[in-house]
Design a protein around this ligand. Structure first.
Ligand SMILES: Cc1cc2nc3c(=O)[nH]c(=O)nc-3n(C[C@H](O)[C@H](O)[C@H](O)COP(=O)(O)O)c2cc1C
Length: 206
């Protein structure tokens, strides 16, 4: 079974990200081609990157890094739910991404962005980052508008066509997750002191 992590890319009080991520999970739960789990970076209490050695060296010294690494290692692909902050992704999501390296490599990723122009610039920003992490980011993407997919910018009520956009993106993420699994080396298990938090899960047998 393919495992896909749906990453909640905002941590601020009053954030819109959980509504969006849970909606993605609702749609994913109707598919049956993979297991999907919500991964809320806020649950991992990551400080600003505090690892003395670059993550690409794989020498994680901090308990919070190992807990985060153990969670990300569980997945074959990702959906990044990203707000747009100053024409980029959120600092919190970029920081969470920067903590790890091998756990991201040779996996697939799709994006659900939101903002005044559908979070397009945040998604483009993340695509640059994915290349360095050897993550295969798919073409199909979901762009939610603060003006038309929320009522009064407060209540999430996405347009019907956005459901098709989510499914098109998930089709590609799952397909590439299968392909990349065949070339990905088995990683040694991460010695996390505590079991990483488990988010809401849909699909699959687990
Ligand atoms: C620091 C900051 C910068 C922002 N910059 C942009 C921006 O450049 N473009 C945009 O479309 N929206 C921008 N917004 C609006 C956010 O997209 C909107 O507030 C969204 O709800 C943020 O996601 P969140 O609620 O999950 O944190 C910004 C919001 C914040 C807090």
């Amino acid at each position: 079974m393919i495992n896909i992590g749906v990453i909640v890319g905002s941590t601020r009080p009053g954030r819109k990200a959980p509504d969006v991520a849970n909606w993605v999970l609702d749609i994913a739960g109707m598919r049956g081609d993979a297991a999907f789990e919500l991964v809320d970076i806020a649950d991992f209490n990551l400080p600003l990157l505090d690892e003395p050695v670059p993550p690409s060296m794989g020498q994680y010294s901090q308990p919070h890094t190992r807990t985060w690494a153990a969670k990300i290692a569980e997945f074959d692909g990702f959906v990044f739910v990203t707000p747009e902050y100053n024409h980029a992704t959120s600092g919190a999501l970029k920081n969470a991404i920067d903590f790890l390296y091998k756990e991201w490599n040779h996996k697939s990723a799709g994006f659900v962005g939101y903002g005044s122009v559908g979070g397009a610039r945040a998604i483009e920003n993340l695509r640059l980052v994915m290349g360095e992490l050897m993550v295969a980011d798919v073409r199909a993407q979901v762009m939610l508008s603060l003006f038309t997919d929320w009522e009064n910018m407060k209540t999430f009520n996405p347009a019907e066509r956005q459901v098709d956009a989510v499914d098109a993106m998930l089709d590609q993420v799952v397909q590439w997750a299968h392909a990349l699994k065949t070339i990905r080396p088995e990683l040694p298990p991460v010695a996390a002191e505590v079991a990483p938090p488990q988010g809401r899960r849909v699909g699959g047998s687990a």
